[in-house]
Design a protein around this ligand. Structure first.
Ligand SMILES: [Fe+2]
Ligand SMILES: [Fe+2]
Length: 249
């Protein structure tokens, strides 16, 4: 049976387009309900909003050069979803009477740095952010007492759960030409980077996580725990069909 794993990227394009149509049919959350936002959560959401609003043009350029028009199209649709996350977070903050942050210099440096990377390394870096985001939005969805906040986080989380298997698949193909020890080294480095990023976010967003009833330790531990099955899938060691489940750890 053909599915997203055995087919080319046409299936991912169809999936992203179906989601876009579903989004249009559902419409936006009711922003006019307003949001009661804890100050620690405001600071945390503001930082994530800037991150979601990252520059997708470098990734699109690299995807174009990779020579698969279906993949390039899927990447454009992925970037559009990330921009929609930034838009929804900005509207959520506005509904709570809070502003968005001007981009921080560190984001500008990060964007510039990413431009220097090849598609493979860029995707590994992007996957760090995506996997941390999975745990973060789950914490917000399940722990925020404000209903509008929980709804926005739930919508973003549902997208991120599709993004992770999408990038996993591409990474598996990109690493496939490497010998097994090379693939292992790359995924181990990725897991190390992810563990570091998870710990930094746990500390940095500690007050917001406390408000969401998630300890820093539990946050960092969950991020680390989710990395094993994903690293296996990227290496091609795990069953490809399990990617979606791995994203839900
Ligand atoms: Fe996102
Ligand atoms: Fe994402």
């Amino acid at each position: 049976m053909l599915n997203k794993e055995s087919e080319g990227y046409e299936a991912w394009v169809r999936d992203f387009e179906a989601e876009r149509e579903r989004r249009a049919a559902t419409g936006d959350p009711e922003w006019e309900r307003g949001a009661a936002l804890d100050p620690a959560l405001v600071r945390s959401l503001q930082r994530f909003q800037v991150g979601e609003d990252g520059d997708g043009s470098a990734l699109i350029g690299k995807a174009d050069r990779a020579g698969d028009p279906h993949y390039a199209r899927a990447v454009r649709l992925f970037v559009a979803e990330e921009r929609n996350h930034a838009r929804m977070l900005a509207l959520l903050l506005a509904a709570g009477g809070a502003a968005t942050l001007e981009g921080h210099w560190s984001d500008a440096v990060f964007v510039r740095l990413r431009r220097l990377l090849g598609l493979r390394v860029e995707l590994l870096v992007l996957m760090v952010a995506e996997v941390v985001a999975l745990r973060y939005y789950r914490a917000v969805r399940d722990g925020a007492p404000d209903p509008l906040t929980a709804e926005v986080a739930g919508r973003i989380l549902a997208d991120e759960e599709r993004h992770v298997p999408f990038h996993c698949r591409r990474l598996r193909e990109a690493l496939a030409p490497l010998p097994a020890p090379g693939r292992r080294a790359a995924t181990l480095a990725w897991q190390g980077l992810l563990a570091g990023a998870g710990a930094v976010v746990a500390v940095d967003h500690g007050p917001a996580l406390r408000h969401l009833a998630v300890t820093r330790r539990a946050f960092a531990r969950d991020v680390l725990r989710s990395s094993g099955p994903l690293a296996g899938a990227i290496r091609g060691a795990g069953p490809a069909a399990g990617l979606r489940e791995a994203a839900r750890v």
